[in-house]
Structure formats: C-alpha cells, structure tokens
Design a protein around this ligand. Structure first.
Ligand SMILES: [Zn+2]
Length: 249
C-alpha cells in the first residue's frame, strides 16, 4: 500500500536551494527543493553535484535569465502545469507579454537543459498557433531566439514553420513597414519553407491550409527535444503530477 501511494508523490526531500535570477533591478530570488530541480534539470544536477561553488553556497545564480520565466519554471516543476493564459479580451500588449514570457521560458529551459519543460512549452505554442496575433508576436521575437539558441533548435524550426503556414501577407507588410530586422537564417528558412510548400502537391488535389497543417501536427512530437527518450506526455500519473494537457488555460 505504501509503495502504491508513494509512487504518485513528488520526491522532493527536505533540502532547498536559493536561485538568484536576473541582474540589477530585475533581480529576484527563488527557493526550490533541491531534489526536484536536480531530477528535472541536468544543469542543476551538475551545478549541485560537483565541487562547484554553487554546491557549497547553496545559491545558484542565473544572471542572464528573466525572473518571470523562472517563476513559470518553478510553478511547472511543482505542478506540471504552465500558468500562462491568453485572455482574448486583454490588450494586445498584454497578450504579447504572455507570448514573450513563453519564449523566454523556452530559452531558460534550453539553458537548464530541461527537455520536458521545453516540450511542454512547445505544445502550448502549438495550441496557440491558430491565433494570428500570437504568431505575429512570436515571430517578432526571432532575434532573441536566434541569438540564444543553437542552429538545430526546434524552437527556431517552429517559428519558421509558423511563419510559412500562419503569417498573413498583411502581417509581413506591417513588419516590413516597421523596418523590423529578422535574422538572415530565419528569412532563409521561411523562403525555403514557402518554396517547399508551393512545390509539394497533394495527390488528392486538396490544398493544405495553415489550419489543416497545424491541426495535423498538434499532439505529435515533431518539435519535441526528447527524440528517442520518453515524452513528457507518457509520464501520466493518477494524481495529476503529469498531465497530457500542456497547460492550464
Ligand atoms: Zn513528445
């Protein structure tokens, strides 16, 4: 009976560590259970297991990361939910902040090497892919993404594909009018993707739309980083620690 019960509980232990995120005025301290964060993030596992100064001081500093992104990470660690919600009635600028937080959280996940966190965020972005303003806001963050991710980043690929299948000519015009500078690698990806989209002819003669394209790939692991490892969605437990749904909206 004990085994049955303990199987579904978070194994957090009693030790906690401090994590100092950001710098100057944007600095914020967090407290997290060491066992929990080490189990999820190879970065924390390394920092706290070896003879690094962090393992002695019990403080891990992340000066280049954003506190709201880390807050989201802590909430996810303890609940496996992403507490990000887009309110259709809120102002465009507020919606953009939510999307920015989501992208920053992914960059944090990259830094912490937390694959399950990144894959959960990818699924949330895909859930939002039918909302045009989400696509526009996400694409405007390409500079940050390309500056902070490796060439084979699946977030880069997702942003390219969202642009190929979801961005309207009108939105591209707005970006051009505001002289927004996209990274060259991103533009090359979009041009290549558009060319492929035009040359791929469905034998049934039915033209694939952005809507049908994203409907087809939602729920798949195409943009997940786990590769041959287990998907976070397969780790379903009866207490809801891990859920098949990526986010609480
Ligand atoms: Zn997966």
């Amino acid at each position: 009976m004990d085994d049955c019960l303990s199987h579904n509980r978070l194994d957090m232990g009693t030790k906690v560590i401090a994590v100092r995120v950001g710098s100057n005025k944007a600095l914020k301290d967090f407290t997290v259970h060491e066992a929990l964060v080490r189990k999820s993030s190879p970065f924390f596992e390394k920092a706290l297991a070896q003879d690094w100064v962090e393992s002695q001081s019990r403080i891990v500093k992340l000066p280049t990361m954003k506190p709201p992104a880390f807050q989201l990470y802590v909430q996810w660690l303890y609940s496996s939910r992403l507490y990000l919600r887009i309110d259709e009635k809120s102002k465009l600028v507020d919606r953009s902040k939510v999307i920015e937080c989501c992208i920053n959280a992914y960059l944090l996940g990259d830094y912490l090497q937390d694959i399950a966190f990144k894959d959960t965020l990818i699924d949330l972005i895909l859930e939002w892919s039918s909302m045009m303003y989400v696509l526009q806001a996400a694409v405007l963050l390409t500079k940050d993404v390309y500056a902070n991710t490796p060439e084979d980043s699946l977030l880069r690929q997702l942003l390219v594909d969202l642009s190929v299948w979801g961005i309207s000519p009108y939105a591209w015009k707005i970006s051009a009018d505001s002289a927004f500078e996209f990274p060259n690698a991103f533009l090359m990806g979009v041009v290549t993707g558009q060319s492929k989209r035009l040359s791929d002819i469905d034998p049934s003669g039915v033209k694939e739309t952005g809507y049908s394209h994203f409907k087809k790939i939602k729920g798949t692991c195409i943009y997940h980083c786990h590769r041959d490892g287990p998907c976070y969605k397969s780790d379903v437990q009866v207490d809801g620690k891990h859920s098949t749904t990526p986010a609480k909206k």
